[in-house]
Design a protein around this ligand. Sequence first.
Ligand code: HEM
Length: 537
Amino acid sequence: KESENGTSVNGAGGPADQRTAEGEDSKTLTTRQGHPVKYNQNIRTVGNRGPATLENYHFIEKISHFDRERVPERVVHARGAGAHGYFETYGKVGDDPISKYTRAKVFQEAGKQTPVFVRFSTVNHGKHSPETLRDPRGFAVKFYTEDGNWDLVGNNLKIFFIRDAMKFPDVVHAFIPDPVTNIQDTQRIFDFCCNSPESLHMITFLFSPWGIPANYREMQGSGVNTYKWVNEEGKAVLIKYHWEPKQGIKNLKQEDAEKIQAKNFNHATQDLYEAIERGDYPEWELFVQILSDDDHPELDFDPLDDTKIWPKDQIPWQPVGRMVLNKNPENYFAEVEQAAFGTGVLVDGLDFSDDKMLQGRTFSYSDTQRYRIGANYLQLPINAAKKRAATNLRDGQMAYYVDQSPERNPHVNYEPSSLNGLEETTRSRKDYTPKVEGELVHESIDRTNDFKQAGETYRAFDDVERDELINNLVNGLSSCEKVIQDKMIELCTKADENYGRRVGEGLKNHPNQQKGEHGPAGATGTSEAVDEAGQTG
Ligand code: HEM
């Protein structure tokens, strides 16, 4: 039986013949070999007090399969929730047909629907960690398009901590628990950040209420990195993607998050699941920002720098479609845990930019998935394209079908061949062939401009957001060494004088400071209040 979204029931296929064995009925428990099970309470022993025998096949299957129930959790974004739905394109950008910018089929005909699977997540803690933590949220969308899969692997916030993939393992190591104590320590976080000034803009969002979205439904999404669109003429533009929730946006103050966490650490998964079960389907509109494909010297930032927002007033958000989530997974493991998204998964008409984070990410996702799930992870129903894949890839662990075309010669698993094997497509589409030249270097980009947008974001916050930001930063920094506090104050001051002054005064008056204490602070923020003059209480 196929579900509406084309995933088989339980997300895992199963045998075509669902009839029970001769003489049994549908309730009969069997082994994986199909043997009816007669004894499921007691292992086979010599007398009823043991010892046990080793040939007890059913017991060994049961216990050894249990021993292997987990696959490694994701190295980041381990905690997540997923749902199925569809994307519907508007077919245009403003008054122009969308084909002016991209030939990707998923966007062409207004009203056309494409099935999607979405996984939302937190980033830095384990698979069963609370969903109330101050952390970016993942927003990964798999589009099962007629040209194969397209993954848009984004976050809720529009920017990131770093702009070069080389630093990703470092930023993650600083944010996850200490390798000695196994406790997250704000000192390690701020130690990394105060020495990586490009992170201040993201820190300004993360320690404000924007760092704790109330749930997954009332949360924005963004592709964060810069991509390209390519049209029929082989011409490209630079693109940023943004998801805007029709439900509105809701974030939590630290204190409110703590109250929820005291009672429920699965609140966001529960909220999404229950909304879909009651037919209250969450919906997002997809917007793009478009820039011509060059380096834009007129901007005071580099359009390939993911620590920067592309200002809306200069580069408008243009609606291009909407997404509705209307079906819960039937098997969490098969559909959510084994889902594999990656930035390399693009279709014709969509392309990569030279954004250095995007380039690094594109190696990392499929690499980790070959380890986390296995070499044949793309044969799992949740990851497989809805159109037939026909490849010469063969074998490997858990290969459970051959992705060959039935009309072609099964003996030919190579190319080229004169014996009716698979061949390259002859569909002629103009290639996009950007010209690249330069010296190979290890260098940062020129327009780093680390503080201007951080200051603008600080000033754009309302009073509640700014007060929360100061509170959370002061509480987090209060347990850090002075050298780290001073460097953070310096960075905040460079962004905005008032920002730096308030953090400095808050720290001076913080009880930890007066006691001269430093120790690992368990979480990125506590709810102690710091007032306008920097007093805690
Ligand atoms: C998950 C690497 C930056 C969003 C992951 C995973 C890896 C990874 C290895 C685990 C994937 C899996 O096990 O299936 C990297 C690297 C980055 C980077 C190397 C930078 C160089 C980012 C950025 C974003 C992001 C900037 C936001 C746009 C996500 C999301 C997931 C994820 C949403 C979870 C996908 C899911 O739900 O399965 N990343 N990441 N990552 N990453 Fe990144």
